[in-house]
Design a protein around this ligand. Structure first.
Ligand SMILES: *Cc1c(COP(=O)(O)O)cnc(C)c1O
Length: 223
């Protein structure tokens, strides 16, 4: 844990930007330590791990799901999740809607866009998102609310490339806002930026940054 770094990030981010502390793979004791300092937004990328942590930790934590979501895992998180960042297909959105309806909830979601060079990353192309938003079936999804977009930049040291990718995300947001979400004040979030690039993301218009290792330390996936 790097509490000093946490305090520094909290101090330096503008008022309109919220910090999601990405606690994936980290123990509940670490989360509690940050909770006691006032942090209430945490991000996880595995449905079962998130379910477990939600059960064991204070109920006023706003849990954000930030990883690729498999349809058969939606049920674990739908009763309590605050925001799903990673809607990357129409099918997934329909399944989330179905589970949300079962739970009598309205679930907030972000559309994830693919702007990085790596093929392994998930997300819509702009065209794919437009096709979904134009599909009459989209209007029938009453238990999900699209409140913005999310994306990840390429894993590269080239900061100008990262900036271009974030700028592309911002332009997607603006275009969607002007057409499919005109007059919808709830469509306002841009989730971009992690430990190595959150500063650029903020300059390019992020409203949510997702920071893990800078706060919690490096992750060890072998334990
Ligand atoms: C793990 C993860 C993060 C946090 O990454 P760090 O580099 O540790 O800050 C942010 N976003 C997503 C989608 C992640 O999976």
């Amino acid at each position: 844990m790097n509490i000093q770094k946490y305090q520094k990030i909290k101090h330096e981010i503008p008022e309109n930007v919220r910090l999601i502390a990405v606690s994936k793979t980290k123990p509940e004791s670490d989360i509690l330590q940050l909770y006691e300092l006032g942090q209430r937004i945490f991000g996880e990328n595995k449905a079962q791990e998130l379910k477990q942590k939600h059960e064991n930790l204070p109920k006023d934590i706003a849990w954000h799901f930030i990883g690729h979501l498999q349809t058969n895992k939606i049920k674990y998180i739908i009763p309590f999740v605050h925001l799903i960042h990673s809607i990357d297909s129409f099918n997934l959105l329909k399944e989330v809607n179905k589970q949300a309806l079962k739970n009598n909830r309205q679930v907030s979601c972000l559309l994830q866009f693919h702007v990085a060079t790596e093929e392994t990353k998930y997300g819509f192309s702009f065209q794919e998102a437009v096709e979904m938003l134009q599909n009459p079936e989209f209007e029938n999804l009453k238990n999900v609310s699209i409140v913005g977009i999310m994306g990840m930049a390429s894993l590269t040291d080239d900061r100008s490339q990262i900036r271009r990718e974030f700028s592309t995300l911002y332009s997607f947001f603006e275009k969607l806002k002007a057409t499919y979400f005109k007059g919808k004040d709830s469509f306002k979030e841009i989730s971009m930026g992690m430990t190595d690039d959150y500063d650029i993301a903020i300059e390019e218009g992020a409203t949510l940054i997702r920071v893990g290792s800078a706060i919690f330390g490096e992750r060890n996936y072998n334990i």
